[in-house]
Design a binder for this molecule. Sequence first.
Ligand code: HEM
Length: 547
Amino acid sequence: MELAVAAFSTLHGTMAAGTLAALALATSYFLYAACLSPAATRRRLRKAGFGGPAPSFPLGNLSEIAASCSTSSSAPASGVVSSDIHGAVFPYFARWRAAFGNVFVYWLGTEPFVYVADPEFLKRATAGAMGRLWGKPDVFRRDRMPMFGRGLVMAEGDEWARHRHVIAPAFSATNLNDMISLMEETTAKMLGEWDEAVAAAGRSAAVAVDVERGVVRNAAEIIARASFGIEEGGARVFDKLQAMQSMLFRSNRLVGVPLARLLHLRKTYEAWRLGREIDALLLDVIDARRRAAAGGEAGKRKKDLLSLLLAAGDEGDKKRMMTSRELVDECKTFFFGGHETTALAVSWTLLMLAAHPEWQRALREEVREVAGDGPLDAAALSKLTKMGWVLNEVLRLYPPSPNVQRQALHDVTLNDDANVDGAPPVVIPKGTNMWIDVVAMHHDEALWGPDANEFRPERFAGAAAQGGCGHRLGYLPFGFGGRICVGRNLTGMEYRVVLAMVLRRFELAVATEYRHAPRIMLSLRPSDGIQLLLTPLAVSSNASIKH
Ligand code: HEM
């Protein structure tokens, strides 16, 4: 017995020592990760010449960011639509930029960010082989895992290259043309709802409708149908994806603050639970497709992106084959990367057209010229040139993805070769993040001229693909380099279909209820919907999209 007690107490002593050692190790790791490593990075960044606001531990500059957001939210006047929005959506960046210039360092918790609103700096940091020195920030990868998993948006290295190689061809013009009909069907449903709202008001006057709500729902359904279909269980996936979207948008996280995730345990668990359910449902959809293909039903294949990716794998080239797990993540990536962004492009456009009736008339006239009252096909859609300028201008003034982020995978040395323009070499330490402020660059008078904050779609006329921007990297609505948005052609097509159909059906004006208060909630969104007055136009009954 005594022996047993002695053995137990030795074992207990050993375990206690082990626990203490583990605790000491965890504490040292925490101290290193949360204090020593950031302090060393801060010293190196200062030595490299980066200025910026002084951070505090453990929040970095987060308290200043929060304070600046709460003081800047004065209520905007009704009916006033000014596109000079940078100071309103990023008040803290506007202030720091005035103090430190277009490149400086700030801190989210213990994570350093090099802020960039200078396209030339961006070029020097990422041109050519330098591009391979940057990846996606770990701090956001963790946060966005429930949405994107290891899909294309978050993938890195060889895995990214393989996925991009398989996915890019699925977005070819031929494949996209097959999706026009589903875009038309869902949009007709949305217009039907707006018609009902007008009818309920007795058609006596224009009716105020929150168009953003309908446009977002429409875009979500289009992307779900274009990605994985909404039959065979897809509808349940769609509902749960929407639930996850609204939950993630509601949670305001302290990005970069050590252990801050512990404050959001319930939301983190909820996101994880929903993610598991979505994955299981999508796996069922994929299994059903594989079984149908194996059962000789390949001829009846749906024309959505999932089918195209499955078909690419069936061609016998192992490199093009994706596992079911990978396909699940890509379907989620298309949904989260593709619907909100496109919906915002359409929503901001409807607002701009309501505020600029001359452009509304011009686009309506263009739709009429290209197709009269008759059906449109893919070729006709591609002739909507002015609509293309308007899309570019809206993406400039209201970029749905208001920033692009990167993280240095190694130490990155700028101006290394032959001291570019006499500039001294600058080292950005491994692990430092880069925050590219797309809104700032898109509104910069130094790049666009004195009318930078005005809605002037004609700046994109003719050969001015960059809208007359003074720098190739000053216009980045879809990102840049090898990681440029893979879905931009799908957006272009959906945008034209939805807009052409809306313009044929309604005249738009800004409602007095509307308050222009764009703000950042991952994407650049209206704070409280977009209320427009809709007046029905006489439409000939055969005006629909031909496929
Ligand atoms: C107005 C609409 C859209 C905007 C403004 C937009 C914006 C962007 C931006 C800025 C990036 C680059 C992100 C980075 O480099 O970190 C990107 C990448 C991506 N987008 Fe879009 N996007 C739009 C529509 C779509 C659509 C419709 C889809 C898919 C159905 C899509 C799927 C993706 C994917 C998969 C990537 C990752 C590409 C890669 O890393 O290789 N996007 N998008």
